[in-house]
Design a protein around this ligand. Structure first.
Ligand code: K7E
Ligand code: RUQ
Ligand code: CUA
Length: 647
């Protein structure tokens, strides 16, 4: 039997109204006297928390100190970044390789900090690539992207990269239902026959963090939006919000909002593992890139993988269940105990809270309201813990304070609302300026929230800062949550468009932070570990310059015998063995870029000179009082000249 909820509670016009947001009525800032003291981090002092913030459409991750709101670092992940040379140096270019070749810019939405037994462990942070579906892992020792894995059979990797409680898997759900990669060309109108939803379970190695696709689950063609793992009582399960269960493929704004309820999909992933062991998986052709940065060689390699293990629910009963959830749910969040699952229907007037133990009972008693494409649909009342009534308009995301309370963001009514999970009572609400998307409590998605603050990541900044033309920085707002009432303490501008962010205590990261790379551990194939090892080697048209940099000169700093049309590789090793002494390298008439080399590291700039002449090169990073003296020349001779290599 197919379920059919066709009682739209909103007409088209009121639906349209909901797609706009309202400004809060109270435009004043209700700051009380001691707010400044609570966020003031005096010069020389450090912040209490690191906050890792998705850059949204800039494809990067930014790192802020909390509570000061100071921007500490931008970590490039899915986009080239001039500040560090990521995606420009020969060593990092392979990180941006995909099954579609080199992709220098992507969109990213969600952050996930690694956890052990459901608590932050300070090892890695993960982020999703949305447009070209990928998951990246960043080391919290180096604050660098170490690995990127592409996801086949996906389009719009939105519901990602959420982690299981012990970081066994990073999970991803495709936002677009798509035909499998192996099926290339079908009419869009064959949506119902040919399109599928895919959930990817990316396995993470316990010690190295290395990723590989464990398996993909084929599901009905719905849109996966967000997800959270079970934990504690619900460990072994994963919950995904879905929309467009109408299965529309045009004008989703209207056509995907017909039904009164969409679903949360509950996935028993431990069961999926059993089915895999029992040989129920099928290898299917696929094509996806796996890019790994090797700390020993300071270089990345990209490998193309040609198949993926899939599980079809038709061969695997008792693994997937649909929970009806009103109306186009976005956020799907699990409380610290793992008992409660909160759905956030963007167009719903209540917040439904589901009970994991009721769900297990309902499954045992087979309290199903039919099925949707052969997957049982649980009875709404049977799994419902209760509904929060009249919480606000346009609920998006929920985080937890660890004191039995939840805080939900409301995009349309532009506010944060705190409510008690057991009693389902609204306790407090504060306006946001304006239109909050995600919110973040340090440790909020773990079993032990660190509490203290909630940060609203707002979409609209209008009139909060000095204007900067048509484009304004987006904005975050920090509120204290340790008192009775939430209190706004600070506004700070953000980079790109933060969607999700996750914060953890600085003490989990700070002691492990790498200060420089040891030269003796540098296994780059073109390293020069001292000036004696510098040389220039020609191999046909390739010229390899083994170069070093140390305050404040390059060796060699005069090179002759390079010819027009040569492929010149400057392999620059930074010989410094001290914290925070990078050198830069730029060469005029460059048809590529610049590089920046950290102490102990080797970095390569590729250069193809197109004209004969004397070409200057210099260091771009102020490194000593004699930084301006750190320079040299390359003589480029005509292609047919017989000037010998000399340095
Ligand atoms: Cu709500 Cu892409 Cu997580 Cu943005 S999503 S807000
Ligand atoms: S130099 S300190 Cu170019 Cu005036 Cu920078
Ligand atoms: Cu090296 Cu400036």
């Amino acid at each position: 039997m197919k379920l059919n909820w066709v009682i739209p509670t909103f007409g088209f016009l009121s639906l349209l109204a909901l797609t706009f947001s309202c400004k809060p009525k109270d435009l004043g800032t209700t700051i009380s006297g001691d707010a400044a003291a609570k966020v003031y981090v005096a010069p020389g002092q450090k912040d209490e928390f690191y906050s890792f913030v998705s850059g949204g459409f800039n494809g990067q991750m930014s790192v802020y100190g909390i509570p000061s709101g100071r921007l500490l670092r931008i970590i490039p992940v899915f986009s080239q970044f001039a500040e560090s040379g990521y995606g420009y140096s020969e060593e990092t270019k392979p990180m941006l390789n995909t099954s579609n070749g080199f992709v220098p810019w992507d969109d990213s939405h969600h952050i996930a900090l690694s956890t052990t037994k459901g608590e932050h462990d300070g090892r890695w942070v993960f982020i999703n690539g949305n447009n070209t579906p990928r998951i990246a892992r960043i080391s919290l020792k180096t604050f660098r992207t170490e690995e990127i894995i592409e996801l086949p059979n996906s389009g719009g990797n939105h519901s990602s990269p959420f982690l299981t409680a012990n970081t066994e898997y990073a999970v991803a759900g495709t936002r677009f239902s798509v035909p499998p990669d192996a099926v290339a060309d079908v009419p869009i109108s064959s949506f119902k026959e040919n399109f599928k939803g895919y959930l990817s379970f990316v396995k993470i190695d316990k010690t190295s963090g290395r990723m590989s696709i464990g398996f993909q689950l084929k599901t009905p063609a719905v849109s996966f939006d967000l997800s959270r793992c079970g934990r504690g009582v619900s460990d072994g399960w994963f919950f995904f919000s879905t929309y467009n269960t109408e299965q529309a493929n045009t004008l989703l704004e209207v056509n995907a909002s017909q039904k009164d309820k969409d679903f949360i999909l509950a996935v028993n992933w431990k069961k999926a593992e059993e089915y895999l062991k029992a040989g129920k998986g099928k290898k299917e052709p696929a094509e996806y890139a796996h890019n790994v940065y090797d700390e020993r060689t300071h270089s990345a390699t990209s490998t193309m993988i040609k198949e993926v293990m899939t599980l079809d629910p038709k061969d695997c009963p008792d693994m997937l269940y649909f929970i009806p959830c009103p109306k186009s749910p976005h956020g799907c969040d699990v409380d610290p105990t793992g008992e409660y699952i909160v759905g956030s229907g963007k167009l719903a007037a209540v917040i439904p809270v589901f009970s994991f133990s009721k769900m297990i009972k309902a499954i045992a008693a087979k309290k199903f309201d039919g099925e949707f494409e052969s997957i049982p649909v649980l009875n709404y009342e049977a799994v419902l813990h209760g509904e929060v009534q009249k919480p606000g308009l346009g609920p998006l995301h929920t985080e937890f304070d660890g004191q039995g309370n939840a805080i939900t963001s409301f995009f349309v009514s532009s506010e944060l609302v705190k409510w008690n999970i057991e009693k389902l009572e609204v306790l407090d609400r504060v306006p946001t300026y304006y239109s909050v998307g995600h919110l973040s409590i340090p440790g909020g998605p773990t079993m032990k929230p660190h509490g203290k603050y909630v940060i609203a990541y707002n979409k609209i900044t209008k009139d909060r800062y000095l204007p900067t033309g048509p484009e304004l920085a987006q904005s975050a707002q920090l509120y204290s949550i340790d008192g009775n009432k939430m209190q706004l303490l600070l506004d700070f501008p953000t980079v790109g468009e933060p969607h999700y962010a996750e914060a953890l205590p600085a003490a989990l990261v700070e002691p492990n932070s790498v200060k420089f790379f040891k030269l003796e551990d540098n296994f780059h194939p073109y390293v020069a570990k001292g000036e004696k090892e510098t040389k220039v080697v020609r191999k046909g048209k390739e010229v390899h310059v083994y170069m070093t940099s140390i305050r404040s000169h390059f060796a060699p700093d005069n090179i002759e015998g390079v010819k027009v049309g040569d492929e010149v590789y400057f392999h620059v090793t930074n010989l410094e063995q001290d914290w925070d002494v990078p050198h830069g390298f730029a060469i005029r008439k460059a048809n590529n870029a610049e590089i920046l080399i950290m102490p102990g590291e080797t970095c390569t700039l590729k250069w193809i000179p197109s004209k004969a002449g004397i070409v200057p090169m210099y260091c771009t990073d102020f490194c000593s009082a004699l930084h301006q003296e750190m320079q040299g020349y390359v003589r480029v001779s005509p292609a047919n000249s017989n000037v010998a290599l000399r340095w």
